[in-house]
Every structure is written in structure tokens, then in C-alpha cells.
Design a protein. Structure first.
Length: 413
């Protein structure tokens, strides 16, 4: 939903909700504009706001692209590059000259469901899951992976050990953690933020490219209200920048995952995202900002938009420094230049994580699959003596796990 002091309402998700929506005339006008407009064929990037304005009109740019970018990347749609944030929309315009036509063609002739042999995936499809969580929070997932790796005899784990130096120029490929000696290796896959990698590499040209990727700070305020019940069947609401620049949006935690509510008493939980690209302007420096000010700002917001005037039974403020990458206009071309430098200099390095080609979890998984392919050849050379330039690879039967990831990669939009 998108909220303002004048109105609060969910964006249309079906024909029925579309016909009843108070902004339906604006959506109809936008749809006609998109269908009749000619495609834009240019290698130059443009902002998300300008893309939406050009295709759908100013009303949709402010009603949709502005709050959506604040919710996804905590940034201003006027500064974000559309080719990096919404590459599928750029592709749709190029191939079909219309975003709406592209969405229709993709839905009708889109990829088949991946994971037909996995019971968990089938359950998610059958029940129409939009999101998932774990009983003890999302951190349960990486902890489970860590426990699996700990049981592997060929894996060494260094916890709470910042990386101080990385060398990726063959044959001197080394990684040095704080307080340790250089560890020689065959290849480096970096999932740390680009600014941290720039510091560790100490490579002037590549470091400059890595340092050009900026990040934003976000204050996350978690609130619980006792003896309050809200019938809100929604993920949350986003607040446009023209309405309240400092507060990005509100997540209705109790509506999304009611099973995480306490059983001791009736309660309502929600979270607020504050700051982002506007953090310094309204809150100051992330390391020294006033958390009482942030708490007051959060309570004023829930009072203004949700009508909650009670004091929270619990309130927790987290300052998340440099937590979301800021894909400014031209980001995609800068990342392409960075990857080209790595290839041309034959560096034993793959870049994955949120810094480069998608900040969401699905993007990070898909990009990890794409950019770790060089490891296959290197590991075969070292452990099996396989050299693709000299001999043919022995084809082994594909495991179910490998098949799922192959299909996921083949079906990427």
C-alpha cells in the first residue's frame, strides 16, 4: 500500500481491485500511454523516475516508482538507474515497445515452475506463498549453512575475522585476515560489500571502480503494542518522498507472520524504515545520530498514518550502516567496466553479493550461480587433472540438486 495524509490504499493487483481503485483513471491513462508509446533505444541510462514518467506519466512516477524505490533500495527514484534497478522493464521496452505487453507475454509464455521434484517447492506453489520466514528469524538460515560447513572436512571457517588484504593476481593469490598470515588459495569469491573489498584489494584501478558504488544507512525501528489488534491484511505501506522524506515505510510484522507474536498477551508488531538516502539530512551521521529522535519520529508516524497513540510495550532501534547499495544512474555500465577489468587482467576473482547486480536475495543467489562458474574449471584442473583445452570433460550424471540450479539459471528472465 501507499499512504499519504489524504488517502491510504493498496495498489491494484487484480481487475477487481483495479476497477474499484480511486486512482483508476490515472492507471488507465498510464496503460494507454505505455501501449501507444514508442520504445526508447539508447545505450544511455536514465533514472527510474524518468523512465516511469516517460512511459506512464508523472502521476504514476510519483505514485509508484517513488515509494517503490524507497521501499526496495531506500533511495530516491530520481537518482537510481533504471537499467540496474529494473533491468526487466528496460528489456521489455526494447523487445516489445511496451512494459504492459512485455508483462503479458512473460506471464503467458513464461518459464515453467522450477522445483517440481522438491516437496517444499510444490507446497509453496500450491499454497501461493509470497514470502517465507523461519521460526527463529532469517538468521536461522545462514546459521544452518554454517553448521553444515563446520561438519565438512575440507572447509576452514574464520569467524569475526575481518579481511585485511586480498591478492588475486595469479600465481600469488592470497587472503589475509586480521591477526593471521597470508593464506594461499586458487581463487577468491568475494561476497563482502564493494567498499570493504576495495580496501582489502588495494588495487588502484579496480579499487576506484569498487569505491564508486555508494551505500545508504537505514534506521530500523521495531515496535510492539500490547492489547492492540489491527485487522491489516497487508505486507505494509510505503510513504512517498513528497509526503514524509525521512520515513520510508512501515512493515506490518504481525500481519505477515502472526505466528511470531507472543502467546502471553494480545499484541501488534510493526517495523519502520527511516533514513536511507535522506539519513544524513534528517538524522545526521549514522555513528552519532540521536536514537531518541528516531524513536519519536517512528511513534509520530504510526500515530499520523495508523492512528496508534499508545506507548509501545517494546521499542528497539537498530542503525544499519551502509546496508543497501545505491545504484545510481550509470551503475550497470560501471559494473560492466569492473567485470571487464577483472577478465582482461585475468584476476582469480568473482564478485557476488548485493553490491553489483541486484540487492534482493533471489538476485544474489542467481548472480552467485553465474559468477562462480570459473571455479568449476579451476577445481577440475587441481583435483581431477582436467584441462578443457587439452581433453574432454567426463560427463557425470546430474544430481537433483544440480538439476534444480541449472533450471533456475536457464529460466532467469
Amino acid at each position: 500500500a501507499v499512504v499519504s495524509t489524504q488517502s491510504t490504499g493498496a495498489l491494484p493487483s487484480s481487475l477487481g481491485t483495479f476497477c474499484k481503485h480511486e486512482k483508476r483513471s490515472a492507471f488507465i491513462k498510464a496503460a494507454v500511454s505505455d501501449i501507444v508509446s514508442r520504445g526508447r533505444y539508447s545505450a544511455n541510462d536514465e533514472s527510474v523516475y524518468m523512465f516511469f514518467k516517460r512511459r506512464f506519466g508523472r502521476d504514476i512516477a510519483e505514485l509508484v516508482s517513488d515509494p517503490m524505490c524507497r521501499g526496495i533500495l531506500a533511495s530516491d527514484s530520481r537518482t537510481l538507474g533504471v537499467s540496474a534497478v529494473f533491468p526487466q522493464l528496460v528489456k521489455g521496452e526494447y523487445e516489445n515497445r511496451s512494459i504492459i505487453k512485455s508483462m503479458y507475454y512473460n506471464k503467458v509464455g513464461g518459464p515453467e515452475f522450477v522445483g517440481n521434484s522438491v516437496e517444499f517447492a510444490l507446497k509453496a506453489k500450491h499454497e501461493g506463498w509470497r514470502m517465507m520466514n523461519f521460526k527463529h528469524g532469517m538468521e536461522q538460515f545462514p546459521k544452518a549453512i554454517l553448521n553444515i560447513l563446520r561438519d565438512s572436512s575440507n572447509v576452514d571457517i574464520y569467524e569475526n575475522s575481518p579481511v585485511e588484504h586480498i591478492s588475486v593476481r595469479n600465481p600469488n593469490v592470497t587472503v589475509t585476515v586480521k591477526g593471521g598470515k597470508p593464506r594461499h588459495c586458487d581463487y577468491v569469491v568475494s561476497a563482502i560489500p564493494s567498499f570493504a573489498l576495495a580496501h582489502a584489494l588495494r588495487d588502484e584501478e579496480i579499487g576506484k571502480s569498487l569505491s564508486s558504488i555508494n551505500f545508504v544507512d537505514v534506521a530500523l525501528v521495531s515496535l510492539e503494542f500490547r492489547d492492540i489488534s489491527f485487522d491489516l491484511q497487508a505486507f505494509g505501506c510505503l510513504i512517498p518522498s513528497y509526503e514524509n522524506p525521512a520515513v520510508l515505510g512501515i512493515i506490518f510484522d504481525s500481519a505477515i507472520f502472526p505466528e511470531s507474536d507472543t502467546t502471553e498477551y494480545k499484541s501488534f508488531r510493526l517495523s519502520l524504515m527511516i533514513g536511507g538516502q535522506w539519513f544524513e539530512k534528517y538524522l545526521g551521521d549514522a555513528q552519532s545520530c540521536d536514537q531518541d529522535l528516531i524513536r519519536t519520529m517512528a511513534l509520530d508516524t504510526v500515530k499520523q498514518y495508523l492512528g496508534i497513540t499508545a506507548e509501545p510495550s517494546q521499542c528497539h532501534v537498530d542503525i544499519l550502516e551502509k546496508c543497501i547499495p545505491h545504484y545510481t544512474v550509470g551503475h550497470r555500465n560501471r559494473v560492466k567496466h569492473l567485470f571487464r577489468l577483472i577478465r582482461e587482467e585475468n584476476l582469480r576473482l568473482s564478485l557476488i553479493g548485493a553490491s553489483y547486480s541486484g540487492a534482493g536475495v533471489p538476485d544474489c543467489i542467481a548472480n552467485a550461480i553465474d559468477h562462480t562458474e570459473p571455479l568449476h574449471t579451476i577445481m577440475n584442473e587441481r583435483y581431477h587433472g582436467y584441462n578443457p583445452d587439452v581433453e574432454e570433460e567426463v560427463i557425470k550424471p546430474e544430481t537433483d540438486f544440480q538439476m534444480q540450479f541449472r533450471k533456475l539459471k536457464e529460466n532467469r528472465y
